[in-house]
Ligand binder design. Structure first.
Ligand SMILES: [Zn+2]
Length: 84
């Protein structure tokens, strides 16, 4: 797993129940929008992650947003972050 993806997971897990758009993830992590968008696309396959059209918790705009489902926190992906 890429370091960027791990950072996106950490960011999402630190804000359970919130949904963030790629622009805000990029801003929070200090990366390009394109890179944040690609990392979030790949996270879609992860258990516990949700992606869909909705309101971003940070910028309040309605667009494609991703986040951890609150009822799944801590997400199973935590094991992958540990490198197991
Ligand atoms: Zn946003």
């Amino acid at each position: 797993m890429s370091i960027l993806r791990q950072r996106v997971i950490s960011l999402m897990q630190s804000r359970p129940g919130e949904r963030l758009c790629a622009s805000c993830v990029a801003e929070q992590l200090g990366v390009r929008h394109k890179n944040a968008h690609e990392a979030m696309l790949k996270l879609e396959a992860h258990l516990g992650f949700r992606r869909g059209y909705g309101r971003c918790s940070a910028c309040d705009k309605t667009r494609m947003v991703s986040g951890v489902a609150p009822d799944r926190a801590p997400a199973p992906t935590a094991n992958e972050v540990d490198g197991r």
